[in-house]
Ligand binder design. Structure first.
Ligand code: PBG
Length: 326
């Protein structure tokens, strides 16, 4: 007696049969590795809450990107730690700022082999830790911030970024950056917009990685999205597309698979998801305790993010995932 359901089970019998019918496969082509580069570091600095990830020196960054390229990783996204922070975050647009130096080095090393993406924000550069200009009353001045984002975009473009990725969630940031790029001869430079970026508790280890503490114990709930809302994410993404985004992003990933799936169904541009620092840290902590199989869980999580509809995934797992395939 065979039941109709056997038809599905028969295809699960061997690894080869399973591979033949797999609907989703993650490859290094899909992955972007987030990397940190620190201006005043003489040696790479480990980050306690992100095991295996470091704050790079310019030299160790070059080595890391060469190795990622050899592993077939398609992209890296750079975050900078300046030696000096100030109220406006002016090191973010210094032509010799830490990320601009890194961009020039990596362009010399790799040309078109790896897409070098510059995260475009101010929080790593401001002494108060916010993503924009803070007014006397403590609010964020959206429009004054846009002007600064334009300067950062031009500095990153001039230094050789393959793409800029605004992550500050200011209104109109994609349009403002697109306009600045177009007016200065960078019509060909794409923008990956952190469109649906939630005010998540899962960014904690990232703030250790970039030495950011938000002044006065503040948070970003005034400009990042409320985790309660999914339809609002569609509105955010739609606005970014209208302003000229080339890739749109949902962030974080695993707690927002519904948002990724809805965005995939609704929009036809490339869709990215950011598997963030807290998601990586939780996986690593449980694996270090022997509570889960870290490598298997990593594959399962990345597969789920792609299955939900993300075509590219920013993840701290990029390197080890590519290594386990080798
Ligand atoms: C803002 C930015 C953040 C992350 C990426 N870009 C932090 C924040 O919004 O507070 C978080 C990434 C992560 O947690 O891995 N520049």
């Amino acid at each position: 007696m065979t039941f109709p359901a056997r038809r599905l089970r028969r295809m699960r019998r061997t690894p080869a049969l399973r591979r033949l019918v797999a609907e989703t496969t993650v490859t290094p082509d899909d992955l972007v590795a987030p990397l940190f580069v620190r201006e005043d570091a003489a040696e790479p600095q480990p980050i306690g809450s992100l095991p295996g990830i470091v704050q790079h020196t310019q030299e160790s960054l070059r080595t890391e990107v060469s190795e990622l390229a050899a592993l077939g990783i398609s992209g890296v996204v750079l975050f900078g730690l300046p030696a000096r922070k100030d109220a406006l975050g002016s090191q973010a647009w210094n032509p010799d700022g830490v990320v601009q130096v890194a961009l020039r080095n990596l362009r010399d090393d790799h040309g078109a082999e790896v897409a070098v993406i510059a995260d475009l924000c101010l929080d790593e550069y401001t002494d108060h830790g916010h993503c924009g200009v803070v007014t006397d009353s403590g609010d964020i001045d959206n429009d004054a911030t846009l002007e600064l984002y334009q300067r950062v975009a031009l500095a990153q473009a001039a230094a050789g970024a393959d793409m800029v990725a605004p992550s500050g969630m200011m209104d109109g940031q994609v349009g403002a950056i697109r306009q600045a790029l177009d007016r200065n001869g960078f019509e060909g430079l794409p923008i990956m917009a952190y469109s649906a970026k939630y005010a998540s508790a899962e960014y904690g280890p990232f703030r250790d990685a970039v030495d950011v503490t938000i002044a006065g114990g503040g948070d970003r709930k005034g400009y990042q999205q409320d985790p309660a809302n999914a339809r609002e994410a569609m509105a955010e993404i739609e606005l970014d597309i209208a302003e000229g985004a080339d890739i749109v992003m949902v962030k974080p990933a695993l707690a927002y698979l519904d948002v990724i799936a809805a965005a995939r169904a609704r929009f036809d541009l490339p869709l990215a998801a950011y598997h963030v620092s807290g998601e990586y840290a939780m996986l690593k902590a449980a694996a270090a305790n022997g509570w889960i199989d870290g490598a298997a869980t990593a594959v399962e999580h990345l597969t789920a993010i792609k299955r939900a509809g993300a075509g590219l995934i920013l993840t701290y797992l990029a390197r080890e995932f590519a290594e386990t395939l080798q």
